[in-house]
Structures are given as C-alpha cells and as structure tokens.
Design a binder for this molecule. Structure first.
Ligand SMILES: Nc1ncnc2c1ncn2[C@@H]1O[C@H](COP(=O)(O)OP(=O)(O)O)[C@@H](O)[C@H]1O
Ligand SMILES: [Mg+2]
Length: 270
C-alpha cells in the first residue's frame, strides 16, 4: 500500500469520528502502521477506538519544543531539519492498541482570539514533515467547522474526506469545506455519505454535491448501540465491507472520486 495522509471533515455530529474509527480499523488490515491523530478540542477518538488509558497520553501540542525551529535549541531533535518517521515520535505522545496508534492534539485553550495557534502550528508541522514509508498511514480526525482548513493547518494532507448526511445544512457545510480545502491546495477531496436510510437519501445528496459519493454508510443500529453502551465502534468495521472497500479503492487511486454521479444501491459504486 502506498502511504497515505488523510483527514476527515464535515459538519458537527455527521459521524466523522465514527467513520474515521471504522476506517482506521480497516486500515490495520492494509497498512503495517496506522496513526490516528485526534485534533478535536474535546477528543473522544480514544473511546471510539477502545483505548481506555487515554489519560496517559501527552498531547502533541506539547511537542511544540520539538517542532519549533529555533537554531541550536532543537538540534538533535528528530524534527529539526529532517523529516521524522512515525517511529521517531516520542512514545509518550502515543498510545497503541491492536496495531492502531493514537495521538491527541490536546485540549485547546481558546483565548479571546479563539485561535489555538500553538496547537495549529504543531499540527501543521507534524503533518507536513512526517515522512511515511509504504504501508504507513495517518488519519486525522478534526473538529467540526473549518478552523483547521482556514488556517491551512492541514495543508500536509493528501486526501480530505468530507462526511455528509442527508440534510441541506450538512451539504452547505460540506461545500464550504470543499472550497477552503481547494484553496489551501489539498490534492484530493472526496465525499462520503452517512446516515443513509434509503435511495432517496442518497439521491438527495447526490443531486446537491458536485462529485459523486465515494461511499455511503447506512444509519446503523449497531453504531447507535455501541454509542449507548459505551463500547468501541472501531470493531464494527467488519459490518461495513462495501463502503470501506470503496473508500480504500479511491484512496489508493484505483478509481477516480469525481465524475458523473451514478446512483446505485447503498454502498455500491459502479
Ligand atoms: N451511520 C451511523 N448510524 C447510526 N449512528 C451514527 C452513525 N454515524 C454516527 N452515528 C452517531 O452519531 C453521533 C455523532 O457521531 P460522531 O462520529 O461523534 O460525529 P462527529 O465526529 O462528526 O461529530 C454519535 O452518537 C454516533 O454514534
Ligand atoms: Mg468527532
């Protein structure tokens, strides 16, 4: 598998974290190393992945000293002048479970400006500098909204996945995100449908979106049950082989993500 840096975005509550957890789980079948970065100011990717000791993790916001280029002071740090690899990242910033590694950006202290500038700088440097080899992937779960895009934080990402549910407001946000993502030069952008109940939901989205949905996830009782029971969502990846296969094929560049929409039964691409 060629290396991948992907990010997920979309309106709040559309299922970004859920889909990213499921996708990360699927990635462990295809990649040797899968690193998930939770950049939500109220992170809960850990529980979604089934990582219980999330309190032990040092937020990567504290990696700042390692990343900020100040001549002399950071010499010898893996981040200075060279591109670090996943294995170079100090272990205290990472938790690992069943082949999945998790980092959290950290609780963001929003000042009057509302800008978590230090965190954003760290994230940008990490994404741009992190050097991936074959069979390594990084997945970035973002907060709702467009802050990271607006500030160019995720400029180092290869492919942005935008999650949409069948509502006008979700599509409006998705289009805003797409526009910003294009402006900051993210090379590939794809839409994923979530909470799709029927063909009508799918065609509603497809008519409003400029590109076809590369995959759709049904509104699933298994996901609702996991959320209510507080059990991890990631293992539910086995329940969604079709949308996950479709996403993998687009991410690997086997099939295009744009073009004329072909509306087919849920989760299928023709
Ligand atoms: N396909 C789905 N079917 C049923 N419930 C879902 C689905 N996707 C997400 N959910 C539920 O919707 C809520 C919001 O999902 P979440 O992934 O936290 O959204 P976001 O990260 O975009 O804010 C959660 O309670 C989650 O369990
Ligand atoms: Mg989330």
């Amino acid at each position: 598998m060629k290396p991948l840096k992907i990010a997920i975005s979309g309106k709040g509550g559309v299922g970004k974290t859920t889909i990213m957890a499921i996708l990360a789980q699927r990635f462990t079948e295809n990649f040797d190393q899968v690193l998930v970065i939770d950049a939500d100011p109220s992170p809960h990717m850990a529980e979604t992945l089934g990582i219980t000791n999330a309190g032990d993790i040092t937020p990567i916001a504290e990696m700042r000293e390692l990343l900020v280029e100040r001549s002399g002071k950071t010499a010898g740090s893996p981040f200075y002048n060279i591109n670090p690899k996943i294995d170079d990242l100090p272990k205290r910033f990472m938790l690992e479970k069943d082949g999945l590694r998790l980092m959290v950006l950290g609780a963001v202290q929003t000042g009057d400006s509302g800008c978590a500038c230090a965190e954003n700088t760290v994230l940008r440097r990490l994404l741009v500098k992190l050097l991936l080899t074959d069979d390594q992937a990084v997945l970035l779960d973002m907060e709702a909204g467009v802050e990271h895009l607006g500030r160019g934080t995720i400029a180092g990402v290869d492919h942005l996945l935008i999650v949409v549910i069948p509502s006008k407001s979700s599509v409006r946000t998705a289009m805003k995100i797409r526009k910003l993502a294009r402006e900051v030069g993210i090379p590939r952008i794809s839409f994923i449908g979530n909470n799709i109940n029927d063909a009508e939901d799918e065609s509603f989205l497809q008519e409003l979106l400029p590109d076809r949905l590369i995959a759709v996830f049904p509104n699933a009782s298994a996901i609702r049950q996991a959320e209510r029971a507080g059990t991890p969502v990631a293992p539910l990846a086995v329940n969604f082989p079709t949308p996950l296969d479709n996403i993998m094929r687009v991410l690997q560049g086997e099939i295009d993500n744009s073009g004329t929409a072909t509306i087919v039964s849920r989760g299928e691409i023709t």
